[in-house]
Design a protein around this ligand. Structure first.
Ligand code: PEP
Ligand code: MN
Length: 358
């Protein structure tokens, strides 16, 4: 083959490449239109039946020189690239995404703003165990200047034989005590049927780590207008976490706060592994407030303060910590709750009242 001949063939190939590119781009923009249409109709992007029939048609029309398997393989790559294009388009438009809304969402717990630059501290017992225990804690929190009290009434426990919480009675205690001391309250709800009821008793509904992907619970939380504190699942990726928040916001409740509470790893020195990098990543990816639960992430009283400081330095909008009048007798998480003296030292170490971070 002469050099001239080779040059000529190469030129032909270059021009076919450009035509192919043009056709691929045309195909991609049609695929995007299909993706948007499917979005409107609420049908899934991936349609295996349609993909199979397109491949069969191509193989039937194949006259070589590529064999059928190669043609199938090449077109599968094209189909996959188109699907990815549709999914990226969709992701760009998540309601909780920073790409969708540039400004920070400020969640209002009554008159207390979360996400406005002034970090908040949420403290209280793991569980509401009695009126007296809750009242003692509330009095101490009030005197310390803490404005939001936590306390579990419905406890998702690993063992069915462990204390399950006082249920609605626990919510009633929280309400009564919070009214007496002028505190805001937060408590976990585990049953979609209790969401509406909970709005009469508490100021923030917590969705626990074990329920981060309880989609019916998320939908119910999206149907009320009470602020929601969504905990990251035990083994949930940041992407899954954001999609769970999307379930709530997409139903019309934009008052959602995210809270990192440690993820499960091989490390045994802490109860979970505090993923501190999740804080700046969530702040970059989403406009929702981001908090850190130092108690459940570490499970260690001796490192709560440095972890809280790390959270605030990383840009967290708040910190959650457990405190109990007599941790030794606590009905849940006895080992990891601070007593009042330890809590006072914790406040000193994190220099409470917290200064604006941003
Ligand atoms: C809690 O905060 O009471 C709790 C059970 O935490 P988590 O869901 O993060 O385990
Ligand atoms: Mn606890």
């Amino acid at each position: 083959m002469s050099q001239d001949n080779l040059d000529r063939l190469r030129k032909q190939l270059d021009s076919v490449n450009l035509r192919l590119l043009e056709l691929l781009s045309e195909r991609a923009s049609i695929a995007q239109d299909i993706g948007m249409e499917k979005e409107k109709q609420g049908v899934p992007k991936y349609d295996p039946v349609r993909e199979k029939s397109m491949l069969e048609e191509l193989v039937r029309s194949n006259k070589g020189p590529f064999d059928d398997e190669t043609i199938s393989h090449l077109f599968k790559q094209i189909f996959q690239a188109s699907l990815k294009l549709q999914q990226t388009d969709h992701h760009k438009h998540l309601l909780v995404s920073r790409k969708r809304q540039k400004e920070d969402t400020v969640v209002s717990i009554g008159e207390i703003p979360v996400g406005s630059g002034q970090p908040i501290l949420i403290a209280g017992p793991c569980s509401v165990e009695s009126y007296e225990q809750t009242r003692k804690t509330a009095a101490m929190l009030k005197a310390s200047g803490v404005t939001v009290m936590r306390g579990g009434a419905f406890k998702p426990r690993t063992s069915p034989y462990d204390f399950q919480g006082l249920g609605v009675e626990g919510l009633q205690i929280l309400k009564e005590v919070a009214e007496e001391f002028g505190l805001k309250t937060i408590s976990e709800i585990v049953d979609p049927a209790h969401i509406e009821l909970a709005t009469q008793y508490i100021d923030v509904i917590q969705i626990g780590a074990r329920n981060m992907q309880n989609f019916e619970l998320l939908k119910a939380a999206g149907d009320v207008r009470t602020p929601i504190l969504l905990k990251r699942g035990l083994a949930a990726t940041i992407d899954e976490f954001l999609h769970s928040a999307e379930y709530i916001v997409s139903r019309g409740n934009d008052q959602v706060m995210l809270i990192e509470r440690g993820i499960r790893t091989y490390e045994k020195a802490t109860r979970n592994t505090l993923d501190i990098s999740a804080v700046p990543i969530l702040k970059l990816e989403s406009h929702l407030p981001v908090l850190v639960d130092v108690t459940h992430s570490t499970g260690r009283k001796d490192i709560l303060a440095p972890c809280a400081k790390a959270a605030l330095a990383a840009g967290a909008d708040g910190v959650m910590v457990e405190v109990h009048p007599d941790p030794a007798t606590a009905l849940s998480d006895a080992a990891q709750q601070l007593n009042f003296a330890e809590f006072e030292r914790f406040l000193k170490e994190i220099q409470f009242p917290l200064k604006p971070g941003r």
